[in-house]
Design a protein around this ligand. Structure first.
Ligand code: ADP
Ligand code: MG
Length: 288
């Protein structure tokens, strides 16, 4: 039977905006060794803004057509900018998404893909050196860059920026003070990951990860360090959230992340992670 103090404590957590779906999360919390954060939408606001577009003049237009079926923050930013420029954007005939890589669509006899280098490789698409150089410069500045592929050629690239959540640095330093190692696990490129990690004071960064690889990293961290928490918001985080000892889903996250989270933050305030740990400790001290 669940001790009465756990029930009371869970109710109290709910009043603080923290939904504890698995009471095991409470029991494990005093021993947490690692908190691994997803980047986009978790450590950052997940609200991208188009910074620049290069290549063929139809790049933004094609990109917006392909992103019409995606809910990814990158897609939202591209559609927003395209609507400012073009007004309406046509619907495509089909939408497919490849988590961790991008989207693929069919429109007007063209196959259009929008995504990272892995998607270019998948398409075996050609890229002209001018686009490649500009894209690499943006990556070096810490921007997230997606390529727009039309049939077998990269027509251009789009650089996007996203900002860290304001409370993130404080949460990271507080975790460190509790002797918990903060880490970052992201599907984004190494440079963009490092720029954000440096701003936040995170020393351990795993980048360019596919969804399954995030889960693999979580398993390795559990073996190496012990009790490991994963915090995430995306479709691409679901497997890793499940693989962790405690999966924490962000309130503004996708339904799939929230359905697998042991703990769900009812909004996306990262300080609630600290509250969860403190409340759990209080609940346990009331049992003992
Ligand atoms: P994160 O782990 O930081 O939340 P994601 O796994 O969501 O990142 O995405 C990883 C990468 O996959 C993105 O940086 C982007 O390159 C590519 N990607 C994912 N979804 C899309 C999309 N809808 N459009 C373009 N690129 C995408
Ligand atoms: Mg994310």
């Amino acid at each position: 039977a669940t001790p009465i103090s756990v029930v009371a404590g869970t109710n109290n957590a709910l009043k603080h905006g923290i939904l504890i779906r698995e009471s095991r999360a409470i029991e494990l919390s005093p021993g947490i060794k690692v908190v691994a954060f997803d980047k986009t939408g978790t450590l950052t606001r997940g609200r991208f803004e188009v910074i620049s577009v290069f290549g063929d003049e139809k790049t933004l237009y094609y990109a917006a057509i392909a992103e019409g079926g995606s809910e990814h923050p990158i897609a939202k930013a591209i559609l927003e900018r395209a609507r400012e420029v073009y007004g309406e954007v046509p619907s495509a005939e089909s939408y497919d998404s490849v988590p961790g890589m991008g989207v693929i669509t069919q429109w007007n006899g063209l196959t259009i893909g929008v995504g990272n280098e892995k998607l270019i490789k998948g398409f075996e698409a050609r890229i002209n050196p001018e686009i490649e150089n500009k894209a690499n410069d943006s990556v070096g500045e810490g921007f997230t860059v997606v390529y727009v592929i039309v049939n077998n050629e990269v027509s251009g690239a789009i650089a996007l920026g996203d900002s860290p959540r304001p409370e993130a640095p404080m949460v990271i330093s507080e975790l460190r003070r509790m002797n918990i190692i903060p880490m970052m696990l992201t599907g984004d490129n190494t440079e963009a990951a490092k720029v954000v990690a440096k701003k936040l004071g995170i020393d351990y960064v795993y980048s360019g990860l596919m969804p399954d690889e995030k889960a693999e990293v979580i398993k390795e961290l559990r073996d190496k360090f012990g009790i490991t928490v994963m915090v995430g918001d995306g479709v691409n985080d679901a497997v890793a959230l499940k693989a962790a000892d405690i999966g924490i889903a962000m309130g503004a996250g996708t339904d799939i992340a929230k359905s697998v989270g042991d703990v769900v933050l009812l909004d996306s305030d990262l300080t609630k992670i600290l509250s969860f740990i403190k409340l759990s400790r209080k609940i346990l001290s009331n049992i003992r």
